[in-house]
Design a protein around this ligand. Structure first.
Ligand code: TRP
Length: 481
């Protein structure tokens, strides 16, 4: 027992201390319930208090049961949302505010960093290109360690030879149905831009296992959705020589190196930690409890020896929606303890439902979103009938007082999809002043979405089973590591 006292504490990592503290707490509880001798209980409590002092010294934080000293400790309030707060985790997103989730507050709560104008400027400088509209407009709004990636990029510019050894992209999707909606495209559109801009390898994880564990679906259905969703992802235009797409159900069994990394992560995360991060309870199936390790594994280059030739030090960058952050907080916490670099992250906001920004879209409610399979006519009807409007009730009032673009879903959709900054700003001003009516705003949106979706459908039609198979075959990519 002496090893956790006094001098030893200085050598212990925050995680060692956390684990000692948790087990010492258990010891104290057991002694108390077993009505042990007072002297024994007192000694155990003394040790517990001492550990708490050490913990505070090392981490700068108070010890909290179920909240390990990962980056999750950086934010005091990382557990379930308190009353009146926005709720954001991998399975739920909701808020009472019509403008949507308060993303600045979320940055504080999650302990991530804001993507500010200075960072956008740096990305432009290092890439030599105008930043993607998602960066210019705060749709990708938060990050972890992206400065590191920028440093790698600046280095690249100086040393073209190093190019192949820089970093790689990792993103994914949980295939829970055949039908993708526009919101699902956001991370993929942005990832494609990153791939084109930096010319780097990309891996895309399709978590059919996750959907089987969480939803009432058969394994066969989940795997079938994977193959269908892969077509939509490929239709976003990814380069077949630079992209590997995989189904967990297939790749886990096919790649010993991937599975070894899963096991490493599993050994270094306790049940207490996943309870703290994901809110798992005693009646959740054990598959859910083990799953976060599977989403973590692609963050490590050694999970893909066919691409990275066994290198375990290639830096990973993950573009994802902010609700996936809990998985990667856990991953970043584990990484150094198993000898790997921490992945960097770029977080996006949510694409609002047609009915308003209070929640993200649901694939199961046909009227809450625009699907990639919708016809031009369906798009027109959905926008006209269902898109929540920030306009006034009558034309007279609207002309007089103007509309509110901040809560208007048609305007929000235009910020995602209308490329021209000046046009967008003009629409915003005209709508706010009352010069532009709701019907006219909706018309602009319909005209923007229809060609986008039609051309997606055309590209998807070109994607054959053979193409899908090629993308999903473990193989070297066009880079020499
Ligand atoms: N869990 C994600 C979902 O349900 C899928 C996913 C796996 C993912 N790995 C990822 C998303 C990496 C973003 C980045 O959609």
């Amino acid at each position: 027992m002496t090893d956790c006292l006094g001098d030893g504490a200085g050598d212990m990592t925050p995680m060692d201390l956390y684990e000692k503290l948790t087990s010492q707490g258990d010891t104290v509880r057991t002694l108390k319930t077993e009505k042990a001798a007072k002297a024994d209980i007192d000694a155990a409590v003394q040790l517990l208090l001492k550990l708490k002092v050490d913990y505070k010294q090392v981490t700068g934080q108070d010890y909290k049961t179920g909240c390990p000293p990962s980056e999750c400790v950086v934010s005091q309030d990382n557990g379930p949302a308190a009353d009146g707060e926005d709720m954001v985790d991998p399975w739920n997103v909701s808020t009472t505010n019509a403008k949507g989730v308060d993303y600045d507050k979320l940055i504080v709560r999650f302990g991530s960093s804001k993507i500010d104008q200075e960072l956008v400027d740096r990305i432009e400088r290092v890439s030599g290109q105008k930043a993607h509209r998602f960066l210019r407009r705060g749709i990708f709004f938060s990050h972890r360690s992206v400065m590191l990636v920028i440093l790698i990029c600046s280095h690249l510019v100086l040393d073209a030879y190093e190019k192949n050894k820089s970093f790689y992209l990792y993103t994914g999707r949980g295939p829970s149905s055949d039908a993708l909606h526009m919101g699902h495209l956001i991370p993929f559109i942005f990832t494609k831009w990153l791939q084109d801009t930096f010319d780097i390898p990309l891996v895309i994880q399709l978590t059919d296992d996750e959907k089987y564990l969480w939803k009432d679906l058969s394994l066969e259905d989940c795997h079938r959705y994977t193959m269908e969703n892969a077509k939509d992802i490929i239709a976003c235009g990814f380069d077949i020589n630079k992209t590997f797409i995989f189904s967990d159900l297939d790749y886990m069994g096919a790649s010993p190196d991937f599975y070894r990394n899963v096991v490493k992560v599993q050994k270094h995360v306790t049940f207490n930690q996943v309870k703290g991060i994901f809110g798992f309870g005693d009646s959740d199936c054990i598959g859910k409890i083990a799953f976060p390790a599977i989403q973590a594994a692609p963050s490590f280059s050694s999970s893909f020896p066919q691409i990275f030739k066994g290198r375990k030090d290639v830096q990973c960058l993950i573009p994802c929606a902010i609700d996936q952050d809990p998985y990667f907080r856990m991953t970043r916490d584990v990484a150094p303890r198993i000898g790997y670099p921490k992945p960097a992250l770029l977080h996006s906001t949510f694409f609002p439902a047609l009915q308003g920004a209070q929640t993200k879209m649901s694939a199961s409610d046909a009227n809450s979103s625009i699907f990639l399979t919708d016809t031009p006519k369906q798009i027109k009807n959905k926008v006209n009938k269902h898109a929540f409007s920030g306009g006034k009730d009558t034309v007279e009032e609207h002309r007089k007082y103007g509309g509110n673009p901040d809560v208007d879903v048609s305007f929000m959709y235009l910020t995602f999809f209308l490329e021209d900054d000046e046009q967008l700003e003009k629409i915003r001003q005209d709508y706010a002043s009352g010069a532009l009516l709701t019907g006219e705003l909706k018309k602009r949106l319909i005209e923007t979405l229809q060609p986008l979706i039609t051309s997606h459908q055309e590209r998807r039609k070109q994607v054959t089973e053979e193409t899908v198979k090629q993308f999903m075959t473990p193989r070297p990519l066009n880079y020499s590591f």
